[in-house]
Design a protein around this ligand. Sequence first.
Ligand code: ZN
Length: 96
Amino acid sequence: MSTDHTILTDKIARGTLPPSPHDHTSLRLGNGQLCDGCDKAVLGADTEVAVGFAHGLALRFHVDCFGIWHVAARAATGQVGELRSTRRPAAPRVQQ
Ligand SMILES: [Zn+2]
């Protein structure tokens, strides 16, 4: 397991990172702010995953760190499984 994976699972175990399901995510280019997972800067060349919760907490992750957190958080809450796509089926096309 990678160091980042260990850091993230430790943070969840200590309660620094929430294991609760998040409300929404959005992607944007990094701007040098620190990743809540690995504590390293998310630089402009990296994609930042912004995670929001219904109760207002917001986190940011590198894409890889988000994946680790998501899987570890699900494992911590007993929801073991693969990353689930949130993509919805495309709306049927209307023939004209
Ligand atoms: Zn990170």
